[in-house]
Ligand binder design. Structure first.
Ligand code: AMP
Length: 454
């Protein structure tokens, strides 16, 4: 499988052209395995995390199989929905459709994305004009079905992307309603980052003699991600997070919280401290979420605070660091979260701040990933860097089993004082071009105005 090229996969020249333009040289393992099977017409149950190239693994053969339906006609009747791609979140929907559109660039196949949280009326005319490939979140698709703005009786390929998350988010009843409207004779492709009894049941219900493909061990975490746990009192987490961001060489990080409230509070706190931070969670409007994501992608925001649901499926290249400010209670979410880093062979760091009351969830995570994550104790600086040092010390004492500041860190990386990195020189007089490579993004902790003035 190692030396397979896209041309070996029998893809059409117009699809190969778009891959070359996307800069893809060789198929990823999931692509090399899935594409031939899908082209042969098999149903598929694929275990693959985001970051493995799974989108192209289904999008490319879907496009190839639909090429005979490509048409330059403006008649909606000539553009029936032939492939339906269901995804759990709006952000993922947008990203998947962007990929489909890029790969379909040199064909006459049309694609469209529909998701909730935006005015349905803006989507209806485009849907009525006809599209071959429809990417949708389940709820909004049902709205369109009810409004009769879409017909699904020509669907011959169905993709369930991030099926595990769809179940987690309670989409099962919606899925059943949608699937009942599709023709029985169709090809089904299911992708899931984790395998559970529920997922197996779903695959038995919807897939016919599926080919099973797994690119990573089920529930495994990426091998190239360095994982670490910091045992720390809850009250010390903010100070430790600030220290980690300050001491990091990483250019960008996603920080996960359990609740929307913590995400917002943390973003505000970090902004006050000079970090270009923003939050992305379910209470934000679609526009705010897209703006925050865009700002993160272009490097204007260096720390994105996210809840699990909002961050699911985000495709952010070269993300070097993920920090779990609070660890998830569902161990599978840990796998999803750290899947944001260490993509496509790059190395990444995943740090979890674990308070004593969270340790039982940590044990669940270690059981799932079948490995123990190395533990560190944090060394927080004394006053005046920590305005609440007295309060914090009180809590450190109260967490006797985890002497947060009594033992020095075993990793010098975290002990070194903050030094502005080469990339965090004062803001240049001339603005950087927007298209600068991501590797040149500013360091996480921007210099405060007071420091610049000094
Ligand atoms: P995905 O797992 O589909 O979210 O893809 C993760 C990232 O890998 C995306 O940024 C894709 O554009 C990129 N990608 C997918 N396939 C390839 C490939 N064959 N070569 C290089 N990059 C790829």
């Amino acid at each position: 499988m190692d030396n397979v090229s896209f041309a070996d996969l029998d893809l059409a020249p117009e699809i190969l052209k778009s891959l070359t333009e996307s800069g893809y040289l060789t198929p990823t393992p999931i692509q090399a395995q899935a594409i031939p099977k899908v082209l042969q017409g098999h149903d598929l149950m694929a275990g693959a995390q985001t970051g493995t190239g799974k989108t192209a693994a289904f999008a490319l053969p879907v496009l190839q199989k639909l090429l005979p339906f490509a048409s330059t006609s403006t008649s909606p009747a000539r553009h029936a929905v032939r492939a339906l791609i269901l995804v759990p979140t709006r952000e993922l929907a947008i990203q998947v459709e962007e990929s489909v559109r890029a790969y379909a660039k040199h064909t006459h196949l049309r694609s469209l994305v529909v998701y909730g949280g935006v005015d349905i009326k803006t989507q209806t005319p485009k849907l009525k004009a006809g599209v071959e490939i429809l990417v949708a979140t389940p709820g909004r698709l049902l709205d369109h079905i009810e409004m009769k703005s879409v017909q699904l009786n020509q669907v011959q390929m169905l993709v369930l992307d991030e099926a595990d998350r769809m179940l987690d988010m309670g989409f099962m009843p919606d899925l059943r309603r949608i699937l009942a409207l599709l023709p029985k004779a169709r090809q089904n492709l299911m992708f899931s980052a984790t395998f559970s009894g529920e997922i197996k049941k779903l695959s038995e219900e919807f897939l016919k003699a599926p080919v099973l493909i797994e690119v990573a061990r089920s529930n495994a975490t990426a091998e190239n991600v360095v994982q670490k746990v910091y045992l720390v009192g809850h009250e010390d987490k903010h100070a430790l997070l600030a220290q980690l961001l300050r001491g990091s060489d990483a250019t960008q990080a996603i920080v996960f919280t359990k609740t929307k409230l913590t995400a917002s509070r943390l973003a505000r706190q970090l902004q006050r401290e000079g970090v270009a931070a923003d939050a992305i969670h379910g209470d934000k409007t679609q526009l705010e979420r897209m703006q925050a994501l865009d700002a993160f992608k272009t490097g204007k925001v260096s720390v994105l605070i996210a809840t699990d649901v909002a961050a699911r499926g985000l495709d952010i290249d070269h993300l070097p660091m993920v920090i779990n400010y609070e660890i998830p209670h569902a161990p599978e979410d840990y796998v999803h979260r750290i899947g944001r880093t260490g993509r496509a062979g790059a190395s990444g760091t995943a740090i979890s701040l674990v308070a004593p009351e969270e340790e039982r969830y940590l044990q669940e995570i270690e059981k799932l990933i079948k490995r123990e994550i190395p533990k560190e104790t944090s060394k927080l600086p004394p006053t005046p860097a920590r305005p609440h040092a007295a309060r914090v010390e009180h809590h450190e004492r109260s967490y006797a089993p985890h002497p947060v500041s009594k033992h020095p860190s075993r990793d010098a990386w975290f002990d070194k004082p903050y030094e502005p990195s080469v990339r965090s020189t004062p803001t240049p007089a001339v603005e950087q071009p927007v298209s600068r490579p991501k590797t040149q993004m500013p360091a996480l902790f921007m210099r405060r105005k007071t420091e610049d003035a000094a």
